[in-house]
Design a protein. Structure first.
Length: 148
């Protein structure tokens, strides 16, 4: 998990380790003193869950447009696709990128949460996305694609 505290990017904290991570550890990783941390945040939950209201607001409209039976991943993909269309992507490209993003995130998250993992989430996420891109490119090698 990447945190930005006082303009400083901290190092990774695996999701499974969050409950056991202390404010002192977070502050050290951010290059802050514990008292500076508390000047900005009441407790570590503000760091872990800060910005949640903004996410709800930004994703709300897209999520409301999904069917009632939609999964959380479906809702997130719809929100991502809507954001990409708003930036000028055509519908197919936006949906493909959103689905790839969901697959990359869920795969990277599962790998980072593994007890034996020692890599930062950002490294795992980048490697996972590179792997998925390579696999997608390999699908087209030597095969003809027919457009309908």
């Amino acid at each position: 998990m990447l945190w930005v505290i006082g303009g400083t990017r901290t190092t990774d904290v695996r999701p499974a380790a969050c409950p056991a991570t202390t404010v002192a550890q977070i502050a050290v990783r951010a290059g802050l003193t514990k008292s500076t941390f508390f000047r900005h945040f009441a407790d570590k939950r503000e760091v872990l869950f800060g910005g949640q209201d903004l996410l709800v607001e930004r994703f709300g409209a897209a999520i409301q447009g999904t069917p009632p039976a939609a999964t959380a991943a479906d809702c997130l993909a719809a929100a991502m696709a809507q954001a990409l269309r708003a930036r000028g992507a055509d519908d197919t490209t936006a949906r493909l990128a959103a689905e790839l993003g969901i697959l990359a995130f869920s795969t990277a998250y599962a790998r980072s949460a593994a007890p034996e993992n020692r890599q930062p989430f950002a490294e795992i996420a980048r490697a996972t996305l590179r792997d998925l891109r390579a696999r997608a490119a390999a699908l087209g090698e030597g095969a003809s694609v027919v457009s309908r």
